[in-house]
Design a protein around this ligand. Structure first.
Ligand SMILES: Cc1cc2nc3c(=O)[nH]c(=O)nc-3n(C[C@H](O)[C@H](O)[C@H](O)COP(=O)(O)O)c2cc1C
Length: 380
């Protein structure tokens, strides 16, 4: 199936602009998501074997998740489980609806298996997203795996008011989702990455903690009048371009601000040196680079975070994962879970199943029974 995608489907898809193929694919998966029989068919083709992981008080049927940015509108929520993913991260969503940057804003560097994007958090806003999530909940088609969301800052909100912006989205969406990821690492919202500074991030996390306390204090105050929900795991997503010192500062907040985990990493502003003019043209585009050239740096960040915390702060490893070998690299460097985005663009809808099957094989070869035993085993 993956061979068919790589050699027959992908060459045709890659003749069209990246964003229009993305939109058409999301439209098709959204349609599939509204038809349970189509989801069942997808599941028999692409569903993954079980390789369970328990983390954040949640049960993940397997450790391979959908990374943020693919399903910003929660358009195809049920489909991600059918395609074999063990969890999905929707969004990024911002408090205010916004169109993002003008197109074109996604570019493929095909021979490097990479993508550059400067989408700029195009999304329908937290309120519209909450309605969509309520619909999926009511439809009975909510996927059988943990679902989280990536929270971004609205472009028009000044940095000084960022904490309020994140907290407003969190308050509204909190009842619907299993975990939340504070995204202060996208390169495509002006100055957003400054929020990775310890003091700024501390303020955001304090505001989110306050929301968690509010809900515990005031039963029935949630937007859909549900009973108060228990504290939801809040993770922070970091940029691969941060120094180890800056990462350590973020880790200092883990205890005091109850950071449940770190997602490492977002896209990079760095570019590989290339002689080929076509690649040079793509790499001259502004935006964040994802895919194969990001793999090693994001693994380095995972390894550093694991070494510093000795596994006390769980890590979701993301960046350049295309197959089980790449996923195993992240896990043995310290990732408890992994995510893919660009890998799916290049490897197709069978990617989660292929990675999970390969990871099960790697575990057997290493003589281990559970995935958690492999986390960080490569870190000296
Ligand atoms: C088109 C596109 C849009 C993205 N949007 C988001 C986003 O909204 N929020 C976020 O945290 N990461 C976003 N990402 C980053 C991915 O979630 C992931 O961290 C990054 O691409 C590295 O993983 P990969 O090499 O598997 O793609 C986006 C990536 C791409 C390619």
């Amino acid at each position: 199936m993956n061979w068919l995608y790589r050699h027959v489907v992908r060459p045709v898809l890659f003749t069209q602009p990246a964003e229009s193929i993305h939109n058409r694919t999301m439209g098709a998966l959204g349609w599939a998501s509204r038809h349970p029989s189509v989801c069942s068919a997808l599941h028999s083709l692409f569903g993954a074997p079980r390789l369970p992981v328990d983390l954040f008080g949640l049960n993940f049927p397997n450790p391979v998740g959908l990374a943020a940015g693919m399903d910003k509108h929660a358009e195809a929520l049920p489909a991600w489980h059918s395609l074999g993913f063990g969890f999905s991260e929707l969004g990024a969503v911002t408090w205010r609806a916004q169109p993002g940057n003008p197109p074109p804003r996604v570019f493929r560097a095909i021979s490097d298996q990479a993508v550059i994007n400067r989408m700029g958090f195009n999304n329908p806003g937290a309120e519209a997203l909450a309605l969509r999530l309520a619909d999926w909940r009511a439809s009975g088609r909510w996927p059988n795996h943990p679902v989280g969301i990536n929270l971004g800052k609205s472009k028009i909100t000044p940095l000084l008011k960022a904490a309020q912006d994140y907290a407003d989205s969190f308050r509204l969406l909190r009842p619907y989702l299993d975990f939340f990821v504070v995204n202060v690492s996208s390169p495509n919202t002006p100055n957003l990455r400054q929020l990775q500074d310890k003091a700024a991030l501390d303020e955001i996390l304090a505001a989110l903690q306050e929301v968690q306390k509010e809900s515990a204090r005031t039963p029935g105050s949630t937007p859909n009048s549900e009973p108060p929900t228990p504290a939801k795991p809040i993770l922070v997503k970091v940029a691969p371009d941060l120094s180890f010192e800056a990462l350590d500062e973020i880790l200092e907040l883990a205890g005091p601000r109850q950071i449940a985990g770190i997602v490492a990493t977002n896209t990079t502003l760095t570019r590989p040196q290339r002689d080929h003019p076509a690649l040079q043209r793509v790499y001259a585009e502004a935006g964040g680079l994802s895919g194969a050239p990001l793999r090693l740096r994001s693994t380095e960040v995972v390894r550093h975070l694991f070494r510093q915390t000795r596994g006390a702060v769980p890590i979701i490893g993301v960046g350049g994962i295309f197959n089980a070998v790449d996923a195993w690299e992240k896990i043995t460097a310290g990732a408890a879970l992994v995510q893919v985005y660009t890998g799916m663009v290049f490897e197709g809808p069978g990617i989660a199943r292929a990675i999970v099957s390969g990871l099960a094989e790697s575990l057997r070869r290493a003589g281990l029974k559970e995935l958690r035993q492999a986390v960080g085993i490569g870190v000296a």
